[in-house]
Design a protein around this ligand. Structure first.
Ligand SMILES: NC(=O)c1ccc[n+]([C@@H]2O[C@H](COP(=O)([O-])OP(=O)(O)OC[C@H]3O[C@@H](n4cnc5c(N)ncnc54)[C@H](O)[C@@H]3O)[C@@H](O)[C@H]2O)c1
Length: 355
């Protein structure tokens, strides 16, 4: 089997690469990325890309059809991957997350790729009342990021192809990675607790947020890369997570406080309404992928984060303005004229001229 991970050098891709390598030692696994976060390693000295057969560098907005040739499965992760980045880079978000993802899928279909896996998000449910959302329920994407995810799903559904397509609507990610990010709710709370002993909940604590550990995201993609059409249909959109992992954010803060003795929780009762609050129903994923169900529970994710952050000797009180926050990394690239305002790498000549 030969796999291509597009967007492999981020938080999820770094875990996925190692997971797939361990699960499928004989497979050929390649990566394609434009390396925005290549330098953001956390607690490791060896690049996670070392476990791949080949690393290709490039911008998915200009990817060529030839890049997709010869693969059995393609996993599409490359994205402007959260709401704050999507707000600041709205046009790029639509371009990278939707238009380019659909181009990659079309090239993959034309090249005879058998399976295409798209990393979608439960954020398409936006603010949803009335219990856990199923895949067929109305969506309510509020942010550019969420709109780009639903737009891509719709484009993939109507693609004229025999390729088996799996859109995994992931719950909010959490957990340790060789490229850890702290702009995720649980990861942020653990970092807060370790640095200041104060877990600052930026909302009033009531929003619902299903969680999935990044290792379990990898498990779901491992299932999807050779899913057969008889199991779920040629095109499948499925919530990826576990029915036991629908939490209100105050529950997450409490789990972290229990794991970090002496830490306190502060809730912002005056917070504006969160653009995300939903529960998701993961029964379909449970039915279709019984052997790939999430294994890492909330307390284990918290313990893994504590261990990982301690290994890094993490003590940065200002981590919300550090390069563990994706938006900060992109802004720093732009400020230092490494990236254009449209997030294109500036060439060496331009860099020299700017100095
Ligand atoms: N982390 C989560 O909570 C979560 C939840 C649901 C879905 N997802 C999805 O999973 C995927 C991976 O998420 P992540 O947390 O690893 O994000 P990330 O931002 O850490 O990584 C994204 C990767 O895509 C690459 N990339 C971005 N634009 C590119 C471009 N124009 N050309 C080539 N490469 C490009 C980046 O360099 C980076 O390595 C994303 O599609 C994200 O939307 C993530």
């Amino acid at each position: 089997m030969k796999f291509l991970i597009v967007g492999n050098m981020g938080y999820v891709g770094s875990v996925l690469s190692k997971y797939l390598r361990a699960a499928r030692p004989d497979a050929t696994i390649d990566g394609f990325d434009n390396a925005y976060f290549a330098h953001c390693l956390t607690g490791v000295k060896v690049l996670p890309e070392r476990c791949l057969d080949e690393q290709f560098y490039g911008d998915v907005r200009t990817i060529g059809a030839d890049m997709l040739k010869g693969y059995d499965a393609v996993i599409q992760l490359a994205a402007i991957s959260n709401d704050p980045m999507g707000k600041q880079f709205e046009a790029v978000t639509m371009d990278v997350n939707q238009a380019s993802a659909l181009t990659v899928a079309r090239y993959a279909a034309e090249a005879g790729v058998k399976n295409f896996v798209f990393a979608s998000s439960c954020s398409v449910y936006g603010i949803a009342q009335g219990g856990p959302r199923k895949e067929g329920d109305p969506v309510n994407p509020i942010t550019a990021y969420a709109k780009s995810k639903i737009g891509t799903e719709q484009g993939l559904e109507t693609l004229d192809t025999d390729m088996v397509i799996t859109c995994l609507r992931f719950a909010t990610a959490c957990g340790m990675s060789d490229r850890l990010r702290l702009d995720l709710v649980l990861n942020d709370y653990v970092a807060c607790a370790l640095t200041s002993g104060q877990i600052t909940v930026l909302s009033d604590g009531t929003p619902w947020r299903p969680l999935i550990d990044v290792a379990d995201m990898a498990r779901a993609m491992d299932w999807s890369v050779d899913r057969q059409a008889e199991n779920g249909g040629r095109y499948l959109c499925v919530n990826a997570g576990s029915n036991s992992s629908n939490y209100q954010v105050k529950d997450l803060a409490e789990a972290v406080a229990a794991a970090v003795p002496g830490s306190r929780i502060s809730i912002n009762h005056a917070a504006p309404v969160d653009s995300r609050s939903y529960q998701a129903d993961f029964s379909l994923y449970e039915k279709l992928a019984p052997s790939h169900q999430p294994l890492v529970d909330l307390n284990q994710s918290v313990r893994n984060l504590i261990d990982g952050l301690r290994r890094m000797k993490f003590a940065d009180h200002d981590f919300r303005t550090s390069d563990l926050i994706r938006l900060v990394v992109l802004q720093d690239h732009i400020r230092n004229e490494r990236l254009s305002p449209d997030l294109e790498w500036l060439n060496v000549e331009a860099l020299k001229a700017a100095q």
